[in-house]
Design a protein around this ligand. Sequence first.
Ligand SMILES: C[N+](C)(C)CCCC[C@H](N)C(=O)O
Ligand SMILES: O=C(O)CCC(=O)C(=O)O
Ligand SMILES: [Fe+2]
Length: 375
Amino acid sequence: MGDENTIQTVTLSTDRALIVTFGNGKSIRYEDCWLRDHCRCSSCYHASTFQRAHHILVIPDVTISSYEFDSSQIYVTWSDDHKSTYRAEFLIQFDYKTWKESRKLKPILWKGASVENKVTKIDVDDFLTTTDGAKRVFQSLLDYGVALITGVGVSTEATEEVCKALGGVQHTIFGGMWEFTTRADHADTAYTNLPLAVHNDNTYFTEAAGLQILHCLQHTQGAGGETLLVDGFFGAEELKRDHPEDFEFLTKFNLEAEYIEEGHHHTYAAPVIKLDSETQEPVQIRFNVYDRAAMAFKNSEECRSYYRSLRNLAKYYEDKDNQWQFKLKPGTVMAMDNFRVLHGRTGFSGSRVLCGSYVSRSDWLDKARSLGLIQ
Ligand SMILES: C[N+](C)(C)CCCC[C@H](N)C(=O)O
Ligand SMILES: O=C(O)CCC(=O)C(=O)O
Ligand SMILES: [Fe+2]
C-alpha cells in the first residue's frame, strides 16, 4: 500500500469533477462546486478564525479551466482566473465512507455490574492536571457513558471544579451547581427519600442535559440510597431484537413529558429512542416513567402500542441483571451520559445530601473533541 497522503493521478471528468487517485489506490471524486467552496486561499478562507470568507451566494458557479498536480498538491485555475491549491492530506479526508465513519460515536454496550471494571476510576488530580487523565475520563464517557473521579474534596466547591473540567456547569431551573436532600426545594421526587426507578433527566426540556454529575456529600444514620445505572442503548438493542414493532414505535412516537412547579411549566414531545437518521443507531434515550405528561392518542392502536412498548422497554431497564448497583461515597464524583445511561436510586433512610450539576452535551463533546478523542 502506498501513502494515502500522496497523489498519483488526477483527471477532469466530462461532468465537472476531478477524479483523484491517491497513493493508497483510492479514487475519490470531487465536484467542481465543492472544490471551489473548499478553496483555502487567504481570500476564500480566514485561516485564523477557521471560517469561510464568502457567502454561498457569492461563490461563483465556475468551471475548472486547467489543473496541474504533483505528489502532494493539486493546483486549479478556474474560469474566472481564481487559483486554488488543494493538499493531498486535506482532500483524502473527504472520502465519503471514511469521513462518515469518523463522525460516528462508537459506544461499547454494557450490561450489569460487569462494567464496573471497565469504567475509568481516576484520582481528581490526575483528571484535572494531566492530559492523559482527562483523556481517560472522556474516553470512558464515550465508551460506557460513565466515569468516576475519586479523592474529590467533600464539598460543592470541590465538585464544581470537576464539573467545570467536564465541560462547564449548565444552568437550569434547578440552578447551576445544585445540592439536594429530602427537603422539598423543588416540586420533584428527587428531593425526597423515595426510590427512583432508572430514568433519564430532563425529558421535558427541548435540550436535555448532556451529562449529569452527582457527588454524595453525606449519608448518615440510615440505609439505602444506592445508585442504579443501566445502559439505555443496550436496552434499546434488546427491544429491537425481541420486540421490533415496539422498538419501531418508540423511535417514531412523540412522547410528551412535563415538569411543573410554581412559576415553571416545561413540556417536550419527542421519541423515547432517537435514532441517527442515516445510521439508524440510537443517539438519545429519553426514558422517564414519572415525568410522562397526560396525553391523548390518535386511536386505540396508538394508545395500546404506547403502553406495550414502554412496558417492554422498562422490563430491560428494570432487570437487575442489566443494572449496576452501588453506593456512592463522599469523595467520589460520578459523571454519566444523560443521553444514554439511565440512573436511579433505591429508597433510603437517614440524612443524605448530594450535590452536582448538569453539563450540556455540546460542552462535554467539545472537551472530548479538543482532546482528539472524536472528530
Ligand atoms: C438533579 N436534580 C436534583 C437537580 C433534579 C432532578 C430533576 C428530576 C426530574 N424528575 C428529572 O428526571 O428530570
Ligand atoms: O438521589 C440520587 O441518587 C439521584 C436522584 C436523581 O435521579 C436526580 O437527582 O436526578
Ligand atoms: Fe434523575
